[in-house]
Ligand binder design. Sequence first.
Ligand code: IYR
Length: 326
Amino acid sequence: MDSYELLTRNAEEVVTDEEVRDLAEDPAGKRAYVGYEPSGVLHLGHLLTANKLIDLQDAGMEVVILLADVHAYLNEKGTFEEIRETAEQMKAQFLAYGLDEDNAEFVYGSEFQLEEEYTLDLHHLERETTMNRAQRAMAEIQGDETAKVSHLVYPLMQTLDIEYLDLDLAVGGLDQRKVHMLAREKLPDLEYEVRPALHTPIVADLTSGEGKMSSSEGITISMEDSTAELEEKVNAAFCPPTRDPEGDLENPVLELFEYHVFPRFDEIVVERPEKYGGDLTYEEYEALAADLESGELHPADAKGTLATYLDELIAPGREKLREIRD
Ligand code: IYR
């Protein structure tokens, strides 16, 4: 796979394609980042962007993981102390998951976001941005809560992070796109450069195939799940034999294969007794999806296999969490 393919595989959106193509010409040593509001336990949402960071490391880039403690504080995720503690746990789980420690820099937001220069730049951005514009940028991150002033400051700080962390690429889930668009529009007002962004898809809710899978609503799989819990969740997942039966529902089982399993394993083996046709081996997601659609692969076998591979992916993080908590 060439650098451009590695940078963009499984990305739902690339802003702009031309800028990412330029970056892919010479990715060695270039810096990409994802920011996370610290929470104690990683779930599949975090791991989707982590998979992209692993792709970027494989392409030779350095990755920066922003443990966005000040952002979590602005978004009312706990006391500052609590947030710092969960950030440490988050870092340990990311490393256990497989990020290469030699090419990963973990930075706390509070290390640079409380400095005078950053604060003055923030106030400058506040003068350049209408409340309406900031609120729109936050809509998908903030959910249904009533907007507070902190929610308006939040996207402006996220904008500045791109400059202050000296980045060449911003990465995030599709829910971050409006903030990245705001950054592209506003950084030049402060005479800072515009950087490209990559957005990963939002995986559908496991049981319904609708909306987004998150930790707060619906069911998600996390580093905390035991093998048995994980199997139970995957077995209960919505898995119609075709990917998109009515046009607006996703098949979360296929999405998890595509975004979580295939990027991390060279081949996937579906174990089946001889009387049901014997083992199936896949090197590419498309072949597995086609077999599910044609009926060659039964949804129950697909789910069993998915649970086994997901379990292998989360096992080191689960172990780490256990160590931290003991
Ligand atoms: N908005 C992210 C957290 C976050 C991301 C970046 I990239 C930052 O520079 C700061 C915060 C979230 O929704 O989790």
